[in-house]
Design a protein around this ligand. Sequence first.
Ligand code: GLN
Length: 491
Amino acid sequence: MPELHEQSTDILLASLKQGDLSSRALTTACLARIEQLNPKLNAFNRVDADAALRKADSIDAKRAAGEAIGMLQGLPVGIKDNMCQSGVATTCGSHMLNNYRPPYDAHVVERLDAEDGVIVGKLNMDEFAMGSSTETSASGLTRNPWNTEHSPGGSSGGSAAAVAAGMVPLALGSDTGGSIRQPASFCGVVGMKPTYGRVSRYGLVAFASSLDQIGPLARDVHGAALLLQAIAGHDKRDTTCVESGVDDYSGLHGQSLDGLRIGIVDEHYGEGLDNEVEAAVRSGIARLESAGATVKSVNLPHAKYSVAAYYLIAPSEASSNLARYDGIHYGHRTENFDAKNDGLLDLYCRSRGEGFGAEVKRRIMLGTYALSAGYYDAYYLKALKVRRRIREDFDKAFADVDVIAGPVAPTPAFRIGEKKNDPLAMYLSDIYTISANLAGIPGISVPCGLTSAGLPIGLQMQAPAFSETSLLQAAAMAETPRDTIGTCPMS
Ligand code: GLN
């Protein structure tokens, strides 16, 4: 009998519903696991055990009284440290927000609470979600539970590591260019970026507003579907959040793939793709074929420009979003300021100089340059035109196939420090994930194998906008049972 931290979402939910397991017992087990492993992994920035146990007790009391319980049934959830929780420090992994305690809850936090999720704490991330390795956080780096010399990926590395190590069954991340899917792939868990507009961004600290999307990470596809179900849907406080209804994502077990058309992209299998990753991805696709799907080639001719377009558009939006952190309106204020001799500009410059780390400064400079008079047309506007082409490529491809399958990242989890001082190499690790953000479509990473060194490999699937149901259904069929990829050495 697997221990609680290895149990599937199905079994945990059934045990909670039947009253065989209390939310307090499950939450206590998660808190013990966090206490044991967090000193090694640094996945959580902060844990609020008292609040979690209070919430768990209130759910258990409702159950005992025969009252209705929300769909999360008392499952513990961790949230990335860029989602606002009233009165709880929300740092975005930055000194800039060291003392920030939001006076309100993000929409997703309200939803978790309403659906009886137990929020246990805030998860580590690259500073302001800019990164692919969770090495740039002001709270220190996070380690990959499969091999602690390796990065968990990023920027939602804390979320992926916490789920992989069994600290929580469910976690929320955010994905602007791959930050849910790439760490999910590196840590052998399921991670999904929903369609842009599927989940409200109200209360998510903005990085690049036209690309940011909140999504679930979980041990299995059912867990991801359930968590998505809990957070998806209209919210008038985010005007980009659509009004269309939400399907029943969590009820898609064991459906056959007969007739599902899967596209494979020749451009995915070029230079830079690790051999073991390619082999695992190809065998994942073969499994889909044997489950009844048909496979055909499609082309995404502009995908090769996606990294270049993204690293103009995302920094441009970031430079504008992060302008508010000036030490006066928001964020860290320098102490090194003498009102008699220094001017306002000194206060801004020192506050921002001290508050932001090197990668964030690099993005602000890139974005400010791309938006500046004289360069706007050549860089920012050009990148928007490329973005349109990338979206059109997907539209054409999805006329022939229902789902596109391929790698999540060109390599398995790289070593800590390996790419830290080479931004270009770091940016190139986002090559397969970024296009879904530029096109606004959903994408999911499911574990599909292990390297000879025992590191997980993810299979990415993408679908047309608002086709989360067919995407999750395909993912459920592609999912490799945990006993096939083995369990994370820490679980
Ligand atoms: N790695 C990408 C970046 O650094 C994506 C980050 C994200 O999705 N938040 O911009």
